[in-house]
Design a protein around this ligand. Structure first.
Ligand code: FES
Length: 169
């Protein structure tokens, strides 16, 4: 899935980011801090931003791409408005967390680690979140869902979909 980075909408942020690059241009090892700053500012590393880094730091674009893909801390997919995190720690796993993850994937039509094309939902998995007594656990944004069953998945998604509709109307 290709996401389009809106240069016009991000104009202000890009300007600020270019300022960051010119401040750090002569600093040794500036590439990683620049990638980190870009990820904080834009939420992920769009190709256009990596090209801005290459020009701003005067390094080959291939080097920027190479370093960014080497480190797992960097992501090339934007995060959705709502992040659904399914705990796959042992306690949750034995209580069916894998099936719950698959249910989220089926309903939203994306895989773990991906974001829906409308940028509303991302699915991630995580290890023990420290609430094993209420396994299996799903965390959506700041909300913790306990003893989740496959049958609950649709309602959980619906809750955040409705929220989106309410905000828009
Ligand atoms: S394993 Fe999921 S909360 Fe501990």
């Amino acid at each position: 899935m290709e996401f389009t980075f809106d240069l016009e909408k991000n104009k202000e942020k890009i300007l600020e980011f270019k300022g960051f690059l010119s401040d750090h241009k002569d600093m040794p090892g500036a590439l990683i801090p620049a990638l980190q700053e870009a990820q904080v500012k834009f939420g992920y590393l769009p190709q256009e931003v990596m090209e801005i880094i290459a020009r701003g730091l005067d390094v080959p674009a291939s080097k920027v791409f190479g370093v960014a893909t080497y480190y797992s801390q960097f992501t090339f997919i934007p995060k959705g408005k709502h992040n659904i995190s399914i705990c796959l720690g042992t306690a949750c796993y034995v209580k069916g967390a894998q099936g719950i993850l698959e249910e989220f994937e089926n309903i939203l039509g994306i895989k773990g680690g991906e974001t829906t094309p409308d940028l509303q939902f991302s699915i991630t998995d995580c290890r023990c979140v420290g609430d094993c007594s209420i396994a299996p656990v799903v965390v959506v944004d700041e909300d913790v869902y306990a003893k989740v069953k496959k049958a609950d998945v649709k309602d959980i998604i619906q809750k955040y979909s409705l929220e989106v509709e309410c905000v828009d109307n």
